[in-house]
Structures are given as structure tokens and as C-alpha cells.
Design a protein around this ligand. Structure first.
Ligand code: TRP
Length: 447
């Protein structure tokens, strides 16, 4: 463990892990896939998956980090029995974080641009909003690179401070701030007639709308939203003090993540139903439909839009930090680099690939970065969603369920969980989670 980096406080850890979990996945993706897949029934599957599989895996990943006390690769190596040290290669799941960042940071950049638009003037019709988004997405690569760079620099700056002065401090400030904004928006939306419609859209399940594809998306998203399977949570947990209760911390993080996704969904759908929009607009929901609604509300709307995009940027940035830290910690602890050098090279790497990702969606630049019909952006996102993250989740489940001795696992959890909960959790890790992941990977490859 790196001495300078220090240890988290209990609250610092829970808020930082919440910061990792709560991201664009909650505020951008969850509402739009809920809209696309028809609401209530989809939300129900999502909630059950979080409870049965997501939370269990989250706790399992925390366990590896907390017991290992080292970077992702070394923690696996340390805990594996002497004849199975090859498990250290599982630790290379940490590179997935950099892969995710090549597009995640680009999307954070779009949000910065929309913060600017909120002040400068929002589009007032759906047509012009589509045009505005398209002008950014497909026709302004250098503007995107500029905003992507700002996000890279912010994340690098926080990472330079290490666990205590960088990551913990940032999350201690930003996560309560984010909650405050979202609760404020929720209270505002409570006054709308649209609020009741939003509640019934999200919570009254209509199972006839539930397709197999919807189930796959719900399971996949539950991994993504809890930040499972790439060593982020593991790396944070490696900086936990000895006697921390990872059961309680894990539940807390899963709860906060779910709560924030639901609040974001309620806020967005209340605005939509109140001011006449439909929920099934896909990825453009927050970049196309919402701005038009905000624009209708005049100056007040501009203010709300600005606050909303600030919240989204905060959610994204605190996640981004957790996506890069595993690589930084690895370079530092395992290869003995100083933190500055580790931050510099990891940031540079995903920044540059991010530039190619931007070119891959920009008219006039995309040709070299297009594979068949898919842009580099699509290819990377697909690889992460359907292969890299499920693989990471699978390895974590197998490692904790079968490779680690039961006594080790028990010593970390039994006292906190009690017998019955422990049994359910252990069963989930050994059987339900690996099967769910295989199901996910199998289905993803079919499409
Ligand atoms: N959970 C974040 C979101 O919902 C994204 C994220 C951050 C993530 N760290 C991660 C996803 C680690 C997978 C693994 O936006």
C-alpha cells in the first residue's frame, strides 16, 4: 500500500464508492433505457438484479481489495493460493477503466458544452435541438476534443492528490452537492401533474412490454451502474482501514446508486410528461428532449438546465476518477512509478484514444476509425458492455466463490451479515452471479 496515498475514513470510502457508482449511467443512461424499454417492468427487473446479483458482486469485489490491500493485480496475486498465482492476470481487468474512459470522458465533454448552452441559449424546438446535438456530435470534433481535454485535466488533477487529499476530499464535497441538486429538482418536480404520471410510468409494471432484450439490458446495466468488474471498487477498498464493515458499505453504495437513478428518472420523466415529450427517445433524451423543455421555461428554465447539467457533470467526473485510479495505483505500486508519472501516462493514453473516438463519429474524419458499420465509439462501448465487464464480474465471482477459502470469506463477512444472509450471499456469488454473467455474455454475442 502506498504510504502517501493514505487510507479512507469510513464516510470517505462510502461517498467515494458512491461517487464511482453514480455516474452518467444513472442520470443519462438509466432514464433513457427505462424509456426505451417501456418503464415499470424494466425497472422491476433492474431492481431485482441489483439486489440479487449486483450488490453481492459489489461486496465480493470490495472483499478482494480489502483483504489484498494492494493494487488490483497484486491483490489477486496476494490472495490466490500458492499453486494458483496465475490469478494475478485477472487483475488486468483494470485496463477496462481506461477503455471506458476513452468514450466516457468524451460524453462528459458534451455535458460541459450543454452547461455552456444553458447560459448562451438553448434550442427551442425538437428539430433545432436535434440539429444542435448533431452539430456537436458529428460536425465539431475540435470542440469535442477541447471539452474532452478539460475533463481529462480535471480527473488528472484530482488523481494527483492521491486517495486522501484527492479522491476522498473531492467526493466528500461533490457527492453531497450532487444529492442536494437532485433533491432540489425532485421537490420542484413534485408540483407537476407530470409527477404522478412519471411515478406510474416507472413503477407500475406492465410485463407484456418486457422483451428478452430488455432483461439483458437491465442485467448489463446493473453491472455498469454499480461499477463492477474492472477493479475500481477493489482499488478503493484496498485503502480501507482494517475493521471496516464491507457488508454495510456495499449495501449503502448499492442503495445510494439506486436511489439516485430513481430520482433522476422521476425528475426527467416529470418534466417530459408535464411539458409534452415522450420517454422513448433513446440516448438523445437528455441532450435533445430535455433542453427544449427547459428552453420553454425561459430564464428559470435556463437556470434549471444549468443546474441539471452541472449535476450530470459532477456524477460523471466522480466516476471518471474511479475509472482511472486502478491503472494509476497499479503503475505506482507494482512498477514503482511516482504518482505524477503514473497519472500523466494513463491520462495521455486515454486522452489520445478518446481523440480517435471523437474522429470516429465526426463527418469527414470517420473513415479510418470505422469498422464495418460501427464507429470506434460503438466498438469500444460494445466491447465493454458485453465482454470486458461481464468477464471481470465473472472472474470476481469465481475467485471469491471458489478460489478463496471459505474461512477467509467468512471471517470478513459472517460477523456482519449473520448466518442466513451470509448463506444467501455466498450462494449468489457461487451460482447466481456467474450464471447471470454467462447468460449476459452469451446473449450479447448473439446480437
Ligand atoms: N458506474 C458509473 C456510471 O454509472 C460508471 C463507472 C464508474 C464504472 N466506474 C466504473 C463502470 C467501473 C464500470 C466499472 O456511470
Amino acid at each position: 500500500m502506498n504510504q502517501q496515498a493514505g487510507k479512507f475514513s469510513r464516510l470517505g470510502f462510502v461517498l467515494s464508492a458512491t461517487g464511482a457508482a453514480v455516474g452518467l449511467g444513472n442520470i443519462w443512461k438509466f432514464p433513457y433505457i427505462t424509456g426505451v424499454y417501456g418503464g415499470g417492468a424494466f425497472v422491476m427487473v433492474y431492481l431485482v438484479t441489483i439486489l440479487l446479483i449486483g450488490a453481492s458482486l459489489l461486496i465480493a469485489e470490495m472483499l478482494i481489495g480489502k483483504r489484498g490491500q494492494k493494487d488490483c493485480v497484486s491483490s489477486f496475486e496476494e490472495l490466490a493460493p500458492p499453486d494458483r498465482k496465475g490469478w494475478k492476470y485477472a487483475g488486468f481487468m483494470l485496463f477496462t477503466g481506461l477503455v471506458i474512459m476513452t468514450f466516457y470522458s468524451v460524453v462528459i465533454g458534451w455535458i460541459f458544452y450543454y452547461m455552456y448552452l444553458a447560459i448562451a441559449g438553448l434550442p427551442t424546438t425538437i428539430e433545432s435541438a436535434k440539429g444542435t446535438f448533431d452539430a456537436l456530435y458529428a460536425h465539431a470534433p475540435f470542440l469535442q476534443i477541447f471539452f474532452h481535454l478539460i475533463s481529462v485535466l480535471f480527473v488528472a488533477y484530482v488523481l494527483l492528490g492521491g486517495i486522501k487529499k484527492g479522491i476522498e476530499k473531492t467526493n466528500l464535497i461533490l457527492i453531497p452537492f450532487l444529492l442536494f441538486i437532485l433533491l432540489g429538482l425532485l421537490v420542484y418536480a413534485l408540483n407537476f401533474d407530470g409527477f404522478a404520471k412519471a411515478v406510474s410510468f416507472m413503477f407500475a409494471p406492465d410485463f407484456s412490454k418486457l422483451s428478452a432484450e430488455a432483461i439483458i439490458r437491465a442485467v448489463g446495466h446493473s453491472f455498469f451502474t454499480l461499477s463492477i468488474g474492472i477493479g475500481s471498487i477493489l482499488t478503493y477498498a484496498a485503502a480501507l482501514p482494517k475493521h471496516s464493515n464491507i457488508y454495510k458499505a456495499g449495501l449503502m453504495v448499492a442503495f445510494m446508486d439506486t436511489l439516485i437513478a430513481l430520482i433522476a428518472g422521476l425528475v426527467i420523466f416529470s418534466f417530459l410528461f408535464q411539458f409534452g415529450g415522450t420517454p422513448d427517445k433513446g440516448p438523445g433524451l437528455v441532450f435533445v428532449s430535455l433542453p427544449v423543455i427547459f428552453a420553454k421555461l425561459g430564464t428559470l428554465g435556463q437556470g434549471i438546465a444549468f443546474i441539471f447539467f452541472v449535476a450530470m457533470a459532477v456524477a460523471g467526473l466522480t466516476s471518471a476518477i474511479s475509472l482511472v485510479e486502478p491503472a494509476v495505483m497499479y503503475l505506482e505500486d507494482r512498477l514503482g512509478w511516482v504518482r505524477k508519472k503514473a497519472v500523466l501516462w494513463s491520462s495521455l493514453l486515454y486522452f489520445l484514444i478518446g481523440v480517435f473516438v471523437i474522429f470516429s463519429i465526426s463527418d469527414g474524419f470517420k473513415a479510418p476509425f470505422t469498422f464495418g458499420t460501427k464507429s470506434l465509439f460503438d466498438v469500444l462501448e460494445f466491447a465493454v458492455d458485453s465482454f470486458l465487464m461481464p468477464l471481470g464480474g465473472f472472474l470476481i465471482a469465481i475467485f471469491v466463490g471458489y478460489v478463496l477459502k471459505r474461512e477467509v470469506v467468512e471471517s470478513e463477512l459472517l460477523g456482519h451479515m449473520g448466518n442466513t444472509v451470509f448463506k444467501i450471499w455466498y450462494f449468489s456469488i457461487r451460482f447466481i452471479a456467474p450464471l447471470a454473467v454467462l447468460f449476459l455474455a452469451y446473449n450479447a454475442l448473439k446480437v
